[in-house]
Design a protein around this ligand. Structure first.
Ligand SMILES: C[S@@+](CC[C@H](N)C(=O)[O-])C[C@H]1O[C@@H](n2cnc3c(N)ncnc32)[C@H](O)[C@@H]1O
Length: 206
């Protein structure tokens, strides 16, 4: 289901800053070589992530689900001096593709890509996170959230993607509906579910 009229989607994109040329090229090549281009954050949500990072100025970012590297590079562009992203991707082919684009980007050196299950990577990393982007397997969202909330910095932000699941949350996408209900009932956090693209939920500590 298209959550927003395609003409409005096209308008929001046209009235936002243009897609970064490298990210546009990455998106085209993702579609050609990897397929499943619908998994990309895309130009508007990518800009939104970039602006959130620009506002929050996080030094330590965690990305759960990197795919071909679009969202990691969008966030990297706005990191403050010394800021760093740990990016997690399960699939070695996707990870190698993403790393190729990180190597081409002036911002790529700010990203360390970890290949393997995100839960294992997360357990191997020390310390707290200032900004976490959750965008991997939907069945894992609740456990990623539970692993990350205790490690979220005082002014940290979690952003979870696809939280409207193409509209299926209202008639029972079990994994995402379960995640949304879990977060909404959690007294430890404050959250807002925004109907940007496929739904983006912003979460902070209460
Ligand atoms: C929706 S895509 C990520 C899109 C990316 N954030 C972007 O905006 O371009 C989800 C990715 O999560 C990866 N993934 C799935 N399960 C995972 C896991 N357990 N650990 C790490 N990555 C996983 C998939 O291989 C896929 O590439």
């Amino acid at each position: 289901m298209n959550l927003v009229d395609p003409r409005i989607e096209e308008y929001t994109e046209r009235m936002s800053s243009p897609h970064d040329p490298l990210l546009a090229e990455l998106s085209e090549q993702t579609a050609r070589e990897l397929g499943q281009a619908g998994m990309l954050t895309g130009p508007v949500a990518g800009r939104f992530l970039e602006l959130l990072v620009w506002i929050a100025q996080p030094r330590r970012v965690l990305e759960i689900g990197t795919f071909s590297g679009h969202s990691a590079l969008a966030m990297a562009a706005a990191l403050p001096e010394g800021g760093h992203i740990d990016a997690c991707e399960l699939d070695p082919v996707r990870a190698a593709f993403a790393q190729g684009w990180f190597d081409r980007s002036p911002h790529g050196s700010k990203i360390t890509l970890h290949v393997g299950p995100a839960a294992e990577t997360l357990a191997s990393l020390d310390g707290d996170f200032d900004f976490v982007f959750i965008d991997a397997d939907k069945d894992g969202y609740v456990s990623y959230y539970e692993a990350v909330v205790p490690r979220l910095a005082e002014r940290g932000l979690i952003v979870a993607d696809n939280t409207l699941a193409g509209g299926r949350v209202v008639d029972g996408n079990p994994a995402i509906a379960r995640f949304n209900e879990h977060v909404a009932a959690d007294p430890r956090t404050v959250q807002v579910l925004l109907s940007v693209r496929d739904g983006l939920t912003l979460i902070r500590r209460a």
